[in-house]
Design a protein around this ligand. Sequence first.
Ligand SMILES: NC(=O)c1ccc[n+]([C@@H]2O[C@H](COP(=O)([O-])OP(=O)(O)OC[C@H]3O[C@@H](n4cnc5c(N)ncnc54)[C@H](O)[C@@H]3O)[C@@H](O)[C@H]2O)c1
Length: 259
Amino acid sequence: MKLKDKVALITAAGGAIGGSQAKLFAQEGAKVAVADIDLSKAKVISNQILNNGGESFPIKIDVKDSNSWQDAVKETLNQYGTINILCNNAGANFRVEFEEQSESQFREIIDVGLIGSFLGIKHTIPFMKKNSNGVILNLGSLASIRPQGGSPGYASQKMGMIGLTRSAASSFAKYDIRCVLISPGHVDTPFIRNDNNYSPNGWETSIENPENYNKRLNDTPLGRLQTAEDIAKTFLFVASDDASMITGSMITVDGGAAI
Ligand SMILES: NC(=O)c1ccc[n+]([C@@H]2O[C@H](COP(=O)([O-])OP(=O)(O)OC[C@H]3O[C@@H](n4cnc5c(N)ncnc54)[C@H](O)[C@@H]3O)[C@@H](O)[C@H]2O)c1
């Protein structure tokens, strides 16, 4: 019970990585607000938690929208009275080369991933400050370490998460509020497998295509793609008191892909 009685607000929690965090945090005693732009997906995860005896409720949120954050925070406070942990997981990508990426695609990637995470911090920090305690967990990527030529928006968003994380960590350390960036490698989730509106994939980019799957596999020295559970376990560690002296840093969970 590493998170006993803690309240966690988790975005993109209807998805693979956020959903896995939500279930693991609930198993460890947290009360979990499962927030996603797709309410039906949030409900599935929340019901799984309830069926396992945990505490949870689903919320619809569009992380790009300040009003939506306000509503989600209000609802979490109504349900559980406070917020101790924020997980900023929501992201977007359009996997096209620099010259093909449109202004609107670039803006969308920044809006969802970077501004969405900034808004999450802005709206939850007053309650963490009130508790004189809190943990903010941001989601990075290999693009936070070695951004490459494709998708300049994604490179900028994920490098931007380093600055956002360090800025929050140094601003709020005096209130015992920590902020950490966790950067996965290649995780087998719908984000890189399916054709989603926030992350379109065709045969050229999807890991359904064995050539793409094997490229990512060969890029991973430990010999397998990560699972959402691999990432959730690190989120749990950083959210818990076991990591009470970790802030402002980045932790990679990538099977060595960034080496
Ligand atoms: N899968 C990978 O290989 C990988 C690697 C590194 C980082 N990431 C990061 O993981 C995140 C994606 O998570 P996943 O891999 O579990 O994918 P996923 O597709 O399973 O989940 C993404 C979830 O985000 C939700 N979402 C999309 N736009 C939203 C918005 N505006 N507001 C709220 N929710 C929104 C979707 O409805 C979906 O449920 C992104 O931030 C991505 O950059 C993924």
